[in-house]
Write a protein that binds this ligand. Structure first.
Ligand code: SF4
Length: 460
């Protein structure tokens, strides 16, 4: 059973009289388990919908939907599928105490993998889940592989029951499902020969695996450092050499690199990022793969639309990872807008300096850095640091922060969203964010928080 949270005016749902609290029981006598059933089964033009009103009245509607008329129904948030693993590097264990409850949920949910691109391990898949994936063609899925060797993977996941990943991917692949995959690199466990074997095995699955990314494990001050260590420069260089060897093979045989190092891997290896063309459609950019080049591309494309901010002094706040690359990204923005940009690089005061991504910066950190900056006219904060309720990771509300600071505040993914004429108009209309162009996919759960455009951890 699923329940209505809101109904859009003028929609078919409103015309039917659906209201918040209405239980959506079945379509064509098929019980509705979650949003997937709802979305796929209401896609037909003709269906029978069985509901129960908040007053307890059961009604069955015979619906013939005119093309283009949306159902307009927002469902209550889904019950998240919990994780069956206990990775030593789990970011949930790396959270400090006293954050909001959803940040302690270990999600591992193939539905969110399909919908939002969250990485899932598939270790908790039941046979009926597999059938749903195939029936609804939930493809591509984003899968945390980490290692194809079953023993190594079970060790990494701390799950002796974890099924072998290669047969899982192969079986789903034969039925038409495709995957973007990731390897979180844990030095001494899945690097070296294990990494090469993992990449070779995934490559051997052919078309089923669309891409693989190698992401250095990200630990916080609170992680289990006695069990897992961060990779050093040599670890990252060795991993990049393996990635590049496989990418060269893929480039020769398939015409695209297929295998990508995360931006953070290059940064930690102190090696130059590839050009934007290396990343194709930037399909793993939210996993921190090609995120920097994507940002540059977005800025370049939007240059002509950037509103004139002549004479303004604009602060750009980011974490220490992007801080190293941002001067190059910002180059030319001043010329395009007539403004002067100042980079404000923040260490993470909540998770510790080892967490370098902008997306996990706390509101208190922004406040501390900006409250006496009367010299700035406008400040751009990383939009991925706020959830859909416009709260930062430490629960500070964006609007409360904006009211406290002496300058105008806008959230921005890529500058263009906040500095273009459209972004400027939004701000003038009282919208604090430059524009959530990615469709508000940000559920308030840990992996969504990590899957961010700026060098995300992607630790699933
Ligand atoms: S990192 Fe992901 S898969 Fe591992 S324990 Fe945490 S939530 Fe589960």
């Amino acid at each position: 059973m699923i329940r209505v949270q809101a109904v859009a005016p003028g929609s078919l749902g409103a015309a039917l009289g659906l209201t918040p609290g209405t239980e959506l029981l079945a379509i064509n006598a098929r019980p509705l388990a979650d949003f997937l059933d709802w979305e796929f089964l209401t896609a037909d033009e003709h269906f029978m919908l069985h509901v129960k009103s908040p007053a307890g009245e059961e009604v069955e509607y015979d619906i013939r939907r005119p093309e283009g008329w949306p159902m307009g129904v927002t469902l209550e948030p889904p019950r998240i599928r919990r994780c069956a693993n206990h990775c030593d590097f789990c970011f949930v264990d790396g959270n400090p105490d006293d954050l909001r409850k959803p940040l302690y949920i270990r999600d591992d949910d193939y539905r969110l993998s399909f919908r939002y691109g969250n990485f899932a391990t598939l270790t908790n898949l039941k046979p009926w889940d597999v059938e749903r994936i195939v029936e609804y063609r939930l493809s591509p899925l984003y899968v945390s592989v980490h290692a194809t060797d079953a023993t190594v993977r079970r060790w990494l996941l701390r799950n002796p029951e974890a099924p072998e990943i290669l047969p899982q991917l192969a079986a789903l692949g034969e039925r038409g499902i495709r995957f973007h995959t990731q390897v979180v690199l844990v030095p001494g466990v899945n690097d070296g020969a294990v990494l090469r074997a993992t990449l070779d095995d995934l490559y051997g699955l052919g078309d089923a695996v669309l891409s693989v990314s190698v992401v250095p494990v990200a630990l916080t001050e609170f992680s289990k450092h006695h069990l897992v260590r961060s990779p050093g420069r040599d670890d990252c260089r060795a991993a990049l050499a393996t990635v590049n060897a496989v990418a060269a093979l893929a480039l020769a045989e398939r015409g695209f690199p297929w295998c990508y190092g995360a931006d953070d891997l290059y940064l930690q290896a102190a090696e130059a990022l590839p050009d934007a063309s290396w990343y194709g459609d930037f399909e793993q950019r939210e996993n921190g793969v090609g995120a920097v080049r994507y940002l540059e591309t977005r800025i370049a494309a939007a240059r002509a639309e950037l509103a004139v901010h002549s004479g303004k002094r604009i602060g750009v706040v980011t974490g220490t990872a992007m801080g190293r690359l941002m001067p190059k990204v910002l180059a030319g923005l001043g010329e395009a807008t007539g403004a002067t940009f100042e980079l404000v690089v923040l260490e993470n005061s909540l998770y510790g300096a080892a967490v370098t991504t902008a997306g996990l910066l706390p509101g208190a950190g922004f406040r501390h850095a900006l409250r006496s900056r009367n010299d700035l006219d406008l400040v751009l904060l990383p939009a991925e640091a706020a959830n859909d309720d416009l709260r930062f990771i430490d629960d500070v509300k964006v609007n409360d922060l904006a009211a406290e600071l002496p300058m105008e505040v806008r959230l921005s993914y890529d500058f263009a969203d906040a500095l273009s004429e459209c972004g400027t108009r939004n701000a003038e209309c009282g919208i604090a964010e430059g524009g959530r162009s990615r469709g508000d996919t940000h559920l308030d759960i840990p992996h969504s928080t990590f899957r961010i455009p700026h060098l995300g951890e992607g630790n699933a």
